[in-house]
Design a binder for this molecule. Structure first.
Ligand SMILES: C[S@@+](CC[C@H](N)C(=O)[O-])C[C@H]1O[C@@H](n2cnc3c(N)ncnc32)[C@H](O)[C@@H]1O
Length: 442
């Protein structure tokens, strides 16, 4: 691939004339003609802001809405002077958003030269989209092709001084089909990046600013391990974890914020991105330990069931929010998994934005105690019709191959009408007991 652009190549020669390190720097403010990169539509970006990606980097990249909102969370936070550094910048969407929102120079490091080039292009695109005139942050931004665990080499090439970086951000690569989400699988390794960059990070109140975008499947033990890595470099550093979700029954992103940007007094933060791109819903808590309300002893017709957003539960903020809604008048049915559920005796009155915190809510209309399978679903449908249902969504764990078959048969058998009920079916976590819930909760 022939590039026509202004990049600087650096080669350091050892005393015995060997090339010991080579790095390239792309300057987003000086890119001219680019190779044929494909433009991809990011549905979360404003119309006309189109980013380039290499063939395989699109799925890795952070959506613009998420990247920009992260930038806005940093606005107004105490940050030392200096550029923002992304030690695994991929296509540079997050980096572009940080430069634009914080109006700070950004430095990206990327092992893959084509991705690094895409990053430089995306920084340029972002700048040009929002500004008529060249902004100082943009003219000082750089993207290095290199290994971010070799901070000294990058800093030699980029003339980066000790204690000059305002914030270290990293979203390490991880194997796509990882089962363990092991910390050792991250590339570049977090411990090596932190140790390498420690001398180059500026401090405020004695702490650097660190922000890590990690696997949302990390267990509590693995999270503690990560905290240990950070503490081994910076003792007593303040930290908090942030869970975020776009719905769909899972946590999408898990971040650790540490240092001078983590001194807001809370210990966990939850962010729910609404599907319509409106402002995300944010909840924080200062409590280190979360309380957990008791499990329901029994469920019966007339009670209400709500399936909560999984990330809200995983970040242990659900009880705090539920208490604000129901005081002590709710019980857990299923406190974990893709469909965490509670029951309550009053209907759940939600303001428009809170609706994103629950997957479904409804009043129990009937209880059913026979298996729901492809061979028995028609019988179940007759039962549902006898209780006035015209539409029912199956909201319980079942064989993923059977689920669409059963749902389709049910949809066909139930006919929505002007007076029929709409709702969902959940299963008791430990019994062959299903509850048909009506979404019209009044
Ligand atoms: C998950 S992606 C980052 C995506 C990025 N946040 C975005 O918005 O586009 C991780 C990147 O780290 C890069 N990487 C892996 N090891 C690296 C290393 N030692 N130094 C620099 N980059 C590295 C990979 O090539 C990959 O592009």
């Amino acid at each position: 691939m022939a590039y026509h652009l202004k990049a600087s190549s650096f080669v350091l020669i050892s005393p015995n004339s060997e090339v010991i390190y080579m790095a390239e720097v792309f300057l987003p403010a000086q890119l001219s003609v680019l190779p044929d990169f494909a433009y991809h539509d990011d549905k979360t970006a404003p119309m006309g802001l189109n980013f380039v990606h290499t063939i395989d980097s699109k799925p890795l990249s952070t959506p613009w809405q998420v990247s920009e909102f992260r930038g806005s969370l940093l606005q107004g936070q105490p940050l030392p002077d200096g550029p923002i550094l992304d030690c695994a910048c991929g296509s540079g969407i997050q980096l572009s958003a940080l430069g634009h929102v914080l109006q700070r120079p950004v430095y990206g490091i990327e092992l893959d030269p084509e991705r690094a080039l895409a990053s430089a292009k995306n920084i340029q695109t972002t700048h040009d989209f929002f500004h008529q005139q060249v902004q100082p942050w943009f003219s000082r931004s750089k993207v290095f092709v290199g290994d971010s665990t070799d901070a000294n080499a990058i800093c030699t090439v980029g003339s980066i001084e000790k204690q000059s970086i305002a914030m270290l951000y990293i979203d390490p690569a991880r194997p796509r089909n990882s089962r363990t989400h092991g910390i050792e699988e991250m590339e570049p390794p977090l411990d090596r990046v932190l140790k390498a960059w420690q001398p180059y990070l500026a401090l405020l109140d004695g702490f650097p600013a660190l922000c890590f975008d990690l696997s949302p499947r990390l267990s509590a033990v693995q999270r503690e391990e990560i905290e240990g890595i950070v503490l081994s470099c910076f003792s007593n550093i303040p930290m908090f974890w942030q869970w975020s979700s776009r719905g769909g029954g899972r946590t999408d992103r898990l971040m650790l914020w540490a240092g001078c940007i983590a001194q807001q007094g809370f210990s966990r933060r939850y962010i729910r991105y609404p599907p319509d791109q409106t402002a995300p819903f944010v909840i924080t808590t200062e409590h280190r330990e979360s309380h957990s309300n008791a499990l329901a002893e029994s469920l019966h017709v007339g009670m209400y069931i709500s399936i909560l957003d999984t990330a809200l539960v995983e970040c242990q903020l659900a009880d705090e929010w539920l208490t604000s809604k129901f005081a002590d008048e709710y019980r857990w049915i299923q406190p974990e998994g893709r469909r965490p559920m509670v029951c309550h005796t009053r209907s759940c009155v939600l303001d428009q934005r809170e609706e994103f915190l629950i997957q479904s809510t409804g009043k129990i209309v009937a209880q059913y105690e026979l298996a729901i399978e492809p061979s028995t679903v028609e019988e179940f449908a007759r039962f549902a019709i006898s209780h006035g249902f015209g539409k029912l969504t199956l909201r319980f764990e079942m064989d993923p191959e059977q689920q669409p078959v059963i749902q389709k048969t049910l949809d066909y058998a139930l006919r929505p009408g002007p007076h029929s009920r709409t709702g969902f079916v959940v299963q008791h976590p430990n019994k062959l007991q299903y509850f048909l819930c009506s979404s019209e909760t009044k």
